[in-house]
Design a protein around this ligand. Structure first.
Ligand SMILES: NC(=O)c1ccc[n+]([C@@H]2O[C@H](COP(=O)([O-])OP(=O)(O)OC[C@H]3O[C@@H](n4cnc5c(N)ncnc54)[C@H](OP(=O)(O)O)[C@@H]3O)[C@@H](O)[C@H]2O)c1
Length: 238
């Protein structure tokens, strides 16, 4: 970005992630505070300016066991990012979690609190992950802090599942929107998030998604959908 559009960078809000490093099998997650701090410094160097927001990437990968050690590791990683903000290396920090469930037992009132939590969002997210995300938002008391959603199409808007469902039922005036737009807009309510990180290489696609932001949710349908997800998870054999 800095190489191709360095002059435009001041006009954007820039967010990036640390905690996933090049490794022997492609990449490895790591919560070592020294490595995290160095990665934040490097992001600022590469961009030529401090990022507005730096996420800790999927910390649950390094914290499979709910032990006091895991609790310390998470707290120290969060403290490293907190410290990066204090040193002016980035304006704010957050936690991005693909599976927030393991984090629930690892935070307490002493764990440094992120400014933003980013979790998976949209119609492909299961009830367990939705519930865990809501519980983490509450436990971290994020209140007026921000929650972001990510990966609203589960990585591909062309996956067969999107041809089988019509997400326009989730919007009040659904016929004004395409299915892709409706799926994107619905992601703001599953779970409830303020922003959605979506991937696209096509400016026209991005425009289509931005146009979807005026869509209004059918609250009742979203509630019913969550109820159906919950019923189905109860019916599934363990
Ligand atoms: N923490 C994690 O483990 C993790 C994992 C995955 C993703 N993420 C985060 O989530 C963000 C987005 O996830 P993602 O890129 O994997 O998946 P995604 O946003 O769910 O889907 C991206 C796909 O949707 C297509 N798309 C977007 N808008 C479209 C439109 N209007 N019409 C048709 N197709 C459209 C894109 O194709 P085109 O390029 O053709 O538009 C692209 O193939 C990432 O940038 C990352 O920040 C995090």
């Amino acid at each position: 970005m800095a190489r191709t559009a360095g002059d435009l960078l001041p006009k954007f809000t820039l967010s990036t992630k640390v905690g996933y490093f090049p490794g022997r099998d492609g990449g490895e997650h790591c919560l070592n505070p020294v490595r995290l701090r160095a990665a934040v410094e490097r992001a600022a160097d590469d961009l030529g300016r401090e990022p507005d927001l730096v996420f800790l990437h999927n910390p649950e990968h390094s914290l499979r066991e709910t032990t006091s050690h895991g609790r310390d590791m998470l707290a120290q990683a969060c403290a490293a990012l907190d410290n990066s903000v204090a040193k002016g290396l980035c304006a704010a920090w957050g936690v991005a979690s693909w599976d927030p469930s393991p984090l629930l037992d690892l935070i307490d009132p002493t764990t440094p609190r992120p400014s933003v939590l980013m979790v998976r969002a949209g119609l492909l997210v299961g009830i367990g992950t939705l519930d865990a995300a809501d519980a983490l938002i509450k436990a971290w008391d994020l209140g007026n802090r921000t929650v972001w959603g990510m990966s609203p199409f589960g990585g591909s808007a062309g996956a067969p599942v999107w041809a089988r469902i019509d997400p326009r039922v989730f919007l009040r005036d659904g016929s004004r929107f395409s299915r892709v737009q409706a799926a994107f807009r619905t992601a703001y309510h599953l779970p409830r998030v303020d922003s959605v990180a979506v991937g696209t290489d096509d400016p026209a696609h991005l425009g289509e998604l931005v146009d979807a932001l005026v869509g209004e949710f059918e609250e009742r349908t979203i509630r019913e959908y969550r109820g159906l997800l919950r019923d189905r998870s109860r019916d599934q054999p363990v």
